[in-house]
Ligand binder design. Structure first.
Ligand code: THU
Length: 131
């Protein structure tokens, strides 16, 4: 259920480590098994070493033995729903089909829905490696 993703993304966002940006993000993804995996952004004093919420959720999914996702939910405390950054779009596409629904949300209750294909048209993926 979508509300399960919302609940987990909202909860994990509270645990984000974002002392530099003060911008906490929570992400939840559903693996093909139905299990939900959550992740938050983890920043670092060496700024480029910080990781996004989506990357954390993907790492949790892969660590649990899954490599396919069917649903994505991202939440932040911004006025407008936050779209995954470019790098995270590529990371998500590695594990999800183009029609995977992505919900972007604000803690204030605004939600916007899109898909992986709309977020990253013309994506480079593993298929090109075999051509
Ligand atoms: N951030 C995410 O975790 N996910 C996004 O989709 C957008 C940005 C994080 C990275 C950094 O810790 C903070 O938000 C500000 O850019």
């Amino acid at each position: 259920m979508a509300s399960e993703l919302k609940q987990q993304a909202t909860a994990v966002r509270e645990r984000a480590y974002a002392p530099y940006s003060n911008f906490k993000v929570g992400a939840a993804i559903r693996g093909a098994s139905g299990t939900v995996y959550a992740g938050c952004n983890v920043e670092n004093a060496a700024y480029p070493q910080g990781t996004c919420a989506e990357a954390g959720a993907i790492a949790a999914m892969v660590a649990a033995g899954e490599a396919k996702l069917t649903e994505v939910y991202v939440i932040a405390g911004s006025a407008r729903p936050v779209p995954p950054c470019g790098g995270c779009r590529q990371k998500l596409v590695e594990f999800g089909a183009g029609d995977v629904p992505v919900t972007m949300a604000t803690t204030g209750g605004v939600e916007e829905k899109t898909t992986l294909a709309d977020l990253l048209p013309g994506a480079f993926d593993a298929a090109f490696l075999g051509e």
